[in-house]
Design a binder for this molecule. Structure first.
Ligand code: BYC
Length: 330
């Protein structure tokens, strides 16, 4: 459990002291007026760094997120489910491409970002470090993790950095198809045979607390929320997105006759806020720093993909420079 301090080193607004104060004021006035900041506009170093950090982590989450679901494509029940899941996984990888492109506009190359990911220097979403044991786990991701992503991304798409917002708008449209697919899959299991219902319930039990963590640590211990909200990179705080997701999806989960594994979960009618048992924030810290149940496996798969794809990337580069390339198999 967490104490009073920040979970990570808090972003200090003191870092702004070195900036040209006139430029900083003009920049902040633009943001206050709701203008978009574009790649060639002046921006404080901290804004650039924070955006690279956040967009890059988001991009990594998309390609790593494709892994637990990807392993279910061949095992999904029936041809339609296989097709649906394959399209979804392909979309997620496409989202990563859009996001890497948005982050590149800030000056960090895609190669460097991938290198940081596979060498464990970058973070990605906690939730994809948990195993998808059954088809129901994959259904949980498609419906409820994507729902969480939509709540977060719809808000952030109204933010201040043009390339990120435009990428998010497109991503959200595709995510809404995933949500329908996921809802259909979960409903099918939750209203199916006793064995199917049990499988869905067990998946919900496994994913509930990692899902609460997905929105980030509570505001009072979040390191970056304050500065990111000041610059409208984040439009809602971590607690606000978590509350919005609970508000939208707890009733839907209950409607399906599933039990949420938290006796304390209730909506406080006076405050309008959901009260719930806090997830274990120490576990969260371990998971996002490489010590979750699947971190090693996830990065090993990415490293393998990177190695296997190397000849393709080289061949494309050689073709672009019009040289003859012999494949390793020739
Ligand atoms: N997981 O100060 P805080 C998807 C880190 S993919 C891991 O609150 P911030 C999908 C945080 O990075 C969608 N780490 O941070 C894909 C920071 O560490 P550093 C994923 C987390 O940035 C495929 C530290 O904790 N969505 O849905 O203000 C298939 C302190 O946190 C997490 C996005 O990426 C976490 N959950 O707020 C299916 C959305 N939370 O960097 C589905 C974009 C926090 O100081 N990102 N940390 O070492 C955001 O909106 C924000 O970055 C967050 C965190 C709300 C996640």
């Amino acid at each position: 459990m967490y104490g009073g301090g920040y979970l990570f080193e808090k972003t200090s607004p003191d870092l702004l002291k070195e900036e040209d104060q006139e430029k900083l004021a003009a920049f902040e006035a633009r943001i206050d007026r709701g203008e978009k900041i574009e790649p060639h506009d002046w921006m404080p170093k901290l804004y650039r760094q924070q955006l690279i950090r956040m967009i890059e982590q988001h991009a990594h989450s998309e390609i790593i997120g494709a892994l637990p679901e990807g392993t279910w494509i061949t095992r999904a029940p029936g041809f339609k489910r296989k097709l649906g899941l394959m399209a979804k996984v392909q979309d997620e990888v496409g989202h990563a491409q859009l996001l890497y492109s948005a982050a590149e506009t800030l000056g960090k190359s895609r190669e460097q970002m991938i290198d940081d990911l596979i060498n464990g220097r970058s973070k990605y979403s906690n939730i994809f470090n948990y195993p998808a044991y059954t088809w129901a786990d994959s259904c949980f991701i498609s419906w409820l993790v994507d729902a969480g992503a939509i709540v977060n991304q719809v808000a952030n798409s109204k933010g201040s950095y043009g390339p990120y917002c435009r990428a998010l708008e497109r991503i959200c449209i595709e995510e809404s198809f995933h949500l329908k697919f996921g809802h259909h899959c979960v409903t099918y299991l939750a209203t199916g045979t006793p064995r199917q219902r049990q499988m869905m319930q067990e998946a919900l039990n496994r994913w509930w607390y990692p899902m609460l963590m997905f929105f980030g640590p509570p505001d009072k211990i979040s390191a970056h929320t304050e500065i990111l909200m000041r610059w409208k990179v984040k439009i809602l705080s971590n607690d606000e997105t978590r509350q919005q997701w609970l508000d939208m999806y707890v009733p839907k989960i209950w409607e399906l006759g599933l039990t949420i594994p938290d006796d304390k979960l209730r909506k406080n009618e006076e405050t309008g806020k959901w009260e719930f048992t806090q997830p274990d924030w120490e576990e969260f810290k371990q998971v996002i720093n490489g010590n979750g149940p699947c971190n090693k496996e996830r990065l090993a798969v990415r490293r393998m993909a990177e190695k296997r794809g190397e000849w393709v990337r080289r061949a494309i580069l050689v073709k672009a420079s019009n040289k003859k390339y012999v494949t390793p198999l020739a």
